[in-house]
Write a protein that binds this ligand. Structure first.
Ligand code: P6P
Length: 345
């Protein structure tokens, strides 16, 4: 479809290819895009709006809740809770699931989201993002926690909005990955990146190397391998780490590379959450030809047992993730060192 097509038109055209589609999904994506426009407006004037700084409260993870986290969390609820598409929502900012109240019509979709990932970066003008994941509910009536504790393979849609030098919405419904750039002058997301494909092997690795002493040796061996000088295999890679998952992921999606957030002795499951960070990005990266793993198995196959469950995350170019897994599973090691298996969580 041609550059400049609006998001709404693109979704409708895409949905036409699924005769069973009811238009509900189109409506939900459109509502999320509306919320994104408002968040983008406030992010882009953060220093002038009442969205910087902290609320003084901490969330279920013991993290300081930024004003923007709270604002964006509520905004997504109020944009989507009354239109009859959702049965319930869950978010990083809410301890428990949020069933759609009786006063509103209920639909068949489940929305899981991180309203503003990397929000602590808002005060220093670094790109941040919203991540979302959509499932069809399982319960015949009402909605329960089990409707949310799903393997990523059951997602019907996933996406993120990155609030950066421009605001982009990137999503998949299982038919490729498509990117739309917000034109603030008309308030529309316009097609700018159709059918994004991640390079099979990259040039960047993204990790917080301050944590390296706590990593399993196998992960340290892998990162050292990336640093070796071997032009034939495109090494050394360049280190690029913004500390904002959506920004690091987006760069690697377009340019190729691997993002690593391993578990460690202190936090075996690492820091990132499965349901509203790892799984939606895993759906996107697989649709773009890449891969996402916890070191042992695809992220998309992991079955969450808790709403805010964490997972180690290695995500990006397929060949890079495959090499990481060889190191993590002890199948590969630097010359002269025996392979060491990363403890499975
Ligand atoms: P660290 C932001 O807080 C976040 O959740 C992700 O956006 C980012 O990738 C990660 O944490 C950064 O964590 O430990 O490197 O500061």
């Amino acid at each position: 479809m041609q550059i400049g097509t609006t998001l709404t038109r693109f979704i409708i055209e895409e949905e036409r290819q699924h005769p069973e589609a009811t238009g509900e999904f189109t409506g939900l994506l459109t509502e999320l895009a509306s919320a994104a426009k408002i968040i983008s407006r406030d992010v882009n004037k953060a220093g002038l709006a009442e969205v910087m700084g902290i609320t003084g409260r901490t969330n279920v993870h013991g993290e300081e809740v930024q004003r923007l986290d709270e604002f964006a969390n509520s905004l997504v609820i109020h944009t989507t809770d009354h239109t009859g598409r959702l049965a319930g929502l869950a978010s990083e900012e809410m301890d428990d699931i949020y069933p759609i109240p009786d006063k509103h019509p209920r639909g068949n979709y489940i929305l899981v989201y991180d309203p503003v990932d990397g929000s602590s970066n808002i005060d220093v003008n670094v790109s941040i993002g919203t991540i979302f994941s959509i499932y069809r509910k399982r319960s015949a009536s009402g909605v329960t926690l089990n409707d949310f504790l799903r393997p990523g393979r059951e997602q019907v849609g996933a996406g993120y909005i990155i609030y950066g030098s421009s605001t982009m919405l990137v999503y998949t419904t299982g038919s490729g990955v498509h990117g739309f750039t917000l034109d603030p002058s008309i308030g529309e997301f316009l097609l700018s990146h159709e059918n994004i494909q991640i390079p099979a092997r990259g040039q960047y690795y993204s990790a917080n190397e301050g944590n390296a002493p706590k990593w399993d040796p196998a992960i340290r061996h892998y990162v050292n391998y990336l640093r070796e000088d071997d032009k034939a295999s495109g090494r050394p890679y360049s280190a690029r780490y913004i500390g904002s998952l959506v920004a690091d992921f987006h760069r690697n999606l377009l340019k190729g590379g691997i993002f690593l957030y391993p578990g460690d002795a202190k936090s075996p499951r690492g820091k990132l959450r499965l349901l509203y960070e790892a799984a939606p990005l895993a759906f996107i990266v697989e649709q773009a030809g890449g891969a996402a793993s916890d070191g042992e198995q695809p992220i998309m196959d992991l079955q969450a047992s808790e709403l805010h469950q964490r997972t180690p995350l290695f995500i990006g170019s397929s060949e890079d993730v495959a090499t990481l897994e060889e190191f993590a599973q002890g199948k590969r090691a630097p010359e002269g060192i025996e392979g060491i298996r990363v403890s499975s969580v």
